[in-house]
Design a protein around this ligand. Structure first.
Ligand SMILES: [Zn+2]
Length: 214
């Protein structure tokens, strides 16, 4: 469902797009885990259990139509102390969607989230495929903080080179926003990557927190 556009965001891109958040550098050894494309009946309960095992909190960027199908899981995310962000209602590609249609779709997703779980004063949005036009960005900025990521797990790759993926993941630094997917398509890779990632950084004194911060 999701192939994200940037392997790693180039520095110049960060420079010209100040409205976007890629990481939140800190001295407290905090890592920000994010999960896109759920909730999914198989992947999401697995992620919630593993996070719980490591006392880790995370941010889930849910797809509205998935959330409607899996309301119980959406509620479980919230009641477990995780943050629920918006990933559009229909997993739209911003580059292929007129701004008004795109913004309406995001609003539809947000309204559903806010109806089902206690509404947060801070609203977070992550564009599917990392693709967003300037007009869409302008339309979103008033109501949402736009969250991208510094580290991509690669869990969406059908033939993932695990040693390489793990080497890259283990280079994660304090403040990095890390992207995983709680989708059925990524489940097999996630099952291998996520517990290893959590164990590696827990053993080194890192904690995992949500992104609903000012
Ligand atoms: Zn996605």
């Amino acid at each position: 469902m999701s192939v994200h556009f940037f392997e790693k965001p180039p520095k110049w891109l960060k420079f010209i797009t100040p409205g976007l958040t890629w990481s939140l550098p800190n001295h407290d050894k905090i890592i920000y885990l994010t999960f896109d494309d759920g909730p999914d009946v198989k992947a999401t309960p697995y992620v919630l259990d593993v996070l719980n095992e490591f006392k880790a909190k995370a941010s889930f960027f849910v797809v509205g139509e998935m959330a409607e199908k899996n309301v119980k899981l959406l509620k479980r995310m919230a009641s477990s102390g995780h943050f629920i962000g918006n990933h559009t209602y229909k997993h739209l590609n911003g580059w292929k969607t007129p701004a008004q249609v795109y913004l309406r779709d995001i609003l539809k997703c947000q309204q559903f989230i806010d109806k089902m779980v206690p509404a947060s004063p801070i609203k977070l949005f992550r564009p599917p495929y990392g693709r967003l036009t300037k007009a869409q960005m302008r339309g979103l900025k008033k109501d949402y903080k736009i969250i991208l990521c510094e580290k991509i797990s690669g869990d969406f790759q059908p033939k993932l080179d695990f040693p390489r993926a793990l080497r890259s993941l283990y280079e994660t630094q304090a403040g990095d926003i890390v992207l995983f997917h709680d989708s059925i398509k990524c489940y097999k890779n996630l099952e291998i990557l996520l517990p290893k990632f959590l164990a590696f950084f827990s053993a080194r004194g890192y904690t995992f927190e949500t992104l609903n911060i000012d």
